[in-house]
Write a protein that binds this ligand. Structure first.
Ligand SMILES: Nc1nc2c(ncn2[C@@H]2O[C@H](COP(=O)(O)OP(=O)(O)O)[C@@H](O)[C@H]2O)c(=O)[nH]1
Ligand SMILES: [Mg+2]
Length: 338
């Protein structure tokens, strides 16, 4: 939650300078309400996955005794929910060990154990967004077409703006005029500046100008959009590498974040997308979008366990508030709660 406090401090200072009447009580109630609201949104965004996978887990485990057959049936459910082979094996092994260690007998006791193992998978590589340390913080957003890159930039920009950060957008998807316009629409709607060139221009030149502008205008965060590309198209991937190098050179250090946006409905292909992108640009985090549109949200487990790249944000709907920080505990709770 570091960056939140940093940008908010500014607002707090402003408030302190004008009035001293703000009671801490009001603030904390407000925070709790916001938290509850976020959790409800997360829960409803995950309702398909919860019903599809974790609801089934519960009915499978209820009234059963723990035995080999039960582990096998559980294994099938996890595979069906897109948890992936390797991660499913890991989960089942962990469950077996813990069941033995804790002398568990009843199937339903495995539910809590499963939740604990899932939290530990998520927590292993968990890291918040690296913004607030460097100014400007530069966030490059990459991924295949339609994954949700531009929408993510819009929503994140909106949130950062709410936190009093000075945000700059860069329309690095110069491939189609519509892509530039889409980001411009977001910029106008939420009131942030944008650096954009003509359709068809060099995306590395946009990136260069954007970094220079972010420094000159003392922006807190620069969000750089990129063209969607198939991870199999070699020359487009090479272009992405060039953008990364240009940003690093002009910035004098590497970008603070290179976020890969993945559509949760993609299934197991998400893993190969992540591996191939990671060969071209060093990914620092994953944004998993459209979790509300799939019953197979288990992919998030495979991504966390097999890639060791932290999931940093999740998209659970199309509203501004539906891009959330990924929090292992609340995510696992939202998956398992009724
Ligand atoms: N339901 C849902 N739709 C989303 C989410 N994120 C993005 N979308 C939609 O996915 C579509 C493609 O998004 P866009 O940002 O243009 O993808 P890009 O090509 O990667 O920039 C748009 O219609 C978005 O509204 C999400 O978390 N949930
Ligand atoms: Mg786009």
């Amino acid at each position: 939650m570091g960056w939140r406090n940093i940008f908010r401090r500014r607002k707090d200072d402003e408030i302190k300078n004008t009035t001293d009447t703000l009671s801490t009580e009001t603030v904390s109630t407000e925070n709790t309400e916001t938290k509850n609201n976020f959790f409800q949104r997360l829960k409803s965004g995950l309702s398909k996955t919860r019903q599809g996978l974790f609801g089934k887990v519960e009915s499978l485990l209820t009234g059963r005794t723990i035995d080999e057959e039960l582990f096998e049936e559980l294994e099938d459910l996890l595979i069906q929910a897109d948890v992936g082979f390797e991660t499913t094996m890991y989960l089942i092994d962990e469950l077996r060990e813990r069941a033995k260690r804790d002398k568990l007998k009843e199937g339903i006791q495995l539910k809590e154990t499963l939740e604990q193992v899932i939290v530990s998978i998520f927590s292993e590589n968990a890291a918040p967004l690296a913004i607030g340390d460097n100014s400007p913080a530069v966030i490059m957003v990459v991924g295949v077409n339609g994954a949700g890159k531009t929408t993510t930039i819009g929503k994140l920009g909106y949130r950062l703006k709410q936190e009093q950060a000075k945000v700059l957008f860069a329309a690095g998807d110069t491939f189609r005029a519509a892509a530039i316009e889409q980001l411009e629409t977001w910029a106008t709607r939420i009131g942030v500046d944008i650096i954009a060139h003509k359709e068809g221009s060099d995306p590395a030149a946009v990136a260069f100008d954007a970094v220079a502008a972010a420094k000159a205008r003392k922006a807190d965060v620069l969000l750089l959009d990129t063209a969607g590309r198939l991870q199999t198209k070699k020359n487009l991937m090479a272009e992405l590498g060039k953008v990364y190098r240009v940003v690093s050179k002009e910035l004098g250090r590497e970008p603070d974040e290179v976020l890969l946006v993945i559509d949760a409905t993609t299934g197991q292909n998400a893993l190969s997308q992540a591996r191939l992108f990671n060969e071209v640009v060093p990914l620092t985090g994953i944004v998993l979008t459209k979790l509300d549109g799939t019953a197979k949200g288990g992919i998030i487990l495979a991504l966390s366990h097999e890639l060791k790249i932290p999931v940093k944000l999740v998209g659970v709907g199309e509203q501004n508030e539906d891009l959330q920080d990924f929090d292992p505990e609340s995510f696992a709770t939202a998956l398992f709660s009724d």
